[in-house]
Design a binder for this molecule. Structure first.
Ligand code: ADP
Ligand code: NI
Length: 223
């Protein structure tokens, strides 16, 4: 189902709103992250007849609008900000509800915490967001985030932890290498769609290769 011109205008206005907001962000949650998630989600939606392209694209564009990680752990900041924006643009109630649900449900909350999405559009946006957390870009983003938080790259004395609650995951301050074991290496198996899982396979393999090489160099085994 092609987008109406009103829908296209809402997407363009939302992209511009988010681009300006995130242009100078340095933690790996920048506009280019949003743009990649948007484009990947759009492509996944084009292969999924049941998915509403408007909700998918708005969900992708707004998914990090006010992430709890940067708002004192406030999980409602994102859904609230998205609703305020869409309401200011005169979006339909059903669209606002659907986008708000995506933002509320999308985040990873620890390995032991299931994060099911209640809509097909949400599944696509979550897959697109998670694809951007793995592979070469995923590696770069993890260290950008770790640097922003002043975390060491690696500390063999700190073992990875399995977070069984969102509280425990939120409070985590471990070295960045641990984040691969606590989250990134598990994203492939948590993809919602086969199309995303196929992409994840290659990105996952690349990440494993990176980790093996990192540890070899850390130990000086390649010298
Ligand atoms: P999510 O909504 O699942 O948290 P985001 O799109 O907000 O995903 O992006 C999370 C990004 O931040 C990922 O690239 C991830 O690697 C990075 N990140 C989050 N927490 C950490 C951490 N503790 N150490 C390193 N990187 C992290
Ligand atoms: Ni994101």
């Amino acid at each position: 189902m092609p987008l109406s011109s009103t829908d296209s205008q809402l997407i363009t206005a939302t992209a511009e709103f988010i681009r300006e907001k995130f242009l100078h962000e340095g933690t790996g949650h920048d506009w280019e992250h949003i743009r990649r998630v948007w484009q990947v989600a759009r492509r996944l939606a084009a292969q999924t007849p049941a998915a509403d392209p408007l909700v998918t694209e708005l969900g992708a564009l707004l998914h990090d609008v006010a992430d709890w990680k940067f708002h004192d752990g406030d999980e409602e900041a994102g859904p609230r900000a998205a609703r305020a924006w869409l309401s200011s643009q005169g979006a339909a109630l059903a669209v606002m509800d659907a986008v708000e649900a995506i933002i509320r449900e999308i985040s990873f909350k620890g390995l032991g915490v299931p994060t099911p999405m209640s809509s097909i559009e949400g599944e696509l946006v979550q897959d697109a967001d998670r694809l951007d957390a793995i592979g070469a870009i995923g590696v770069a983003r993890a260290f950008a985030y770790g640097g922003h938080k002043n975390r060491p790259l690696h500390d063999p004395a700190v073992p990875p932890v399995r977070h069984d609650s969102f509280e425990s995951y939120k409070q985590n301050t471990a070295p960045t290498i641990n984040h691969f074991h606590e989250k990134l290496l598990h994203l492939r198996e948590r993809m919602n769609t086969d199309a995303a899982r196929r992409v994840a396979d290659e990105r996952h393999a690349y990440m494993e290769q990176f980790l093996a090489q990192f540890l070899r160099e850390w130990a000086g085994e390649d010298v």
